[in-house]
Design a protein around this ligand. Sequence first.
Ligand code: HGY
Ligand code: MN
Ligand code: MN
Length: 425
Amino acid sequence: MVAELSVQYTDTANIPGIDGLRVRGDRLLQRLDELAQIGAIAGGGVCRLTLTDADKAGRDQVVQWMRDLGLSITIDGIGNIVGTWPGTEDLPPVMTGSHIDTVATGGRYDGNFGVLGGLEVIQTLQEAGIRPRHPLAVAVFTNEEGARFHPDMMGSMVYTGSLSLAEALATTTNVGTTVEEELRRIGYQGDAPCGNPSVHAFAELHIEQGPVMEQDSVTIGAVTGVQGMSWMEYTVKGVSNHAGTTPMRLRHDAGYAAMAIALAARELTKEMGGNQVATVGSIRLHPNLVNVIPNTAVFTLDLRNTDELRLQEAERRMAEKIGAIAQAEGVEITARPLVRLRPVDFDPAMIDLVETTAQTLGFSTKRLPSGAGHDAGLLAAVCPTAMIFVPSVHGISHNVKEYTAPEDLIAGANVLLHTLLQLAL
Ligand code: HGY
Ligand code: MN
Ligand code: MN
């Protein structure tokens, strides 16, 4: 889906004192390090699952930094935090930001880099005495990861109106708590309206989380869009029996069926080729005992593709494979959709802006789609949107070993600074 919107922006090259402006890289790295201490886990990673105490502590820290910058802070009904620095004119804000919730084995840059990069840009402009016409806003979207409560990008879905607040608040985990209960518990259920935002343009700074930029030795990614994703949860019902006495021909093994489906998903990616990906990331067996044939398996299947028709084909072919496996093993399989997002194409003028801004600053660039989901994928429906990528070492992410070189982080923040300036001046 190409955003029908397009954006005008100011060429700032001839504005005195602008083109030499750079962020304070040391301060950005310092904040990244400080935020990473909240929910720190062994190996240098971070566990700040959404709406947990660690997420609250991270939110409190970012809100404090926003207060220190004198931003006006709003919190909406799903807990999205927006810190705004007023412009010289009462115009729709130019927005940046991302998320600070992480997966359980997360790195310190995924999401956090986009939020702290936005704060660094505002502080740099404040210190330079440059106040743009448009307000500048930094958003912290709730539950981008979707690791504890599905779907992912929940906060930006509600912010842009593609998921109702009521539906999001009622979402439960498999241990019974709801999003609303957890938001209240950590004190982040706000009253700012959500669902119909007025944003001039949105640019998200993020690590690539994949190997492409490193392979091509590129510093800045001008992201063309976000691939589509389909998350399903399957529940397999079989028959528990003795692992030793039950002949194979009499088994209805829920665990075997689930794992056969995982194998079939891998086979499907080989059959389809291209950039079709498939992941069975979580699986629970019951009774989960060494000598009992499982009667229940609950697992998730994450399918993604940059092409909507290919993603639909993958979904269709997996449904056929699952039906055949269920019939052969004599088990019952029910499916629960968790999230379904079509591929998104970013506004061409915004992609051009990121690319030319990075090249003007002297950085190598590459255009590429995002393999990961992002809040920008939702903002693209309501305003001209872009993403700025920096490389991930060895393409690792959602892993404590996630790492991006400091010079690349600072390069990305400087591209964000000048991209936002051209949109907001
Ligand atoms: O799953 C994703 O791509 C994102 O990290 N939520
Ligand atoms: Mn992210
Ligand atoms: Mn992530």
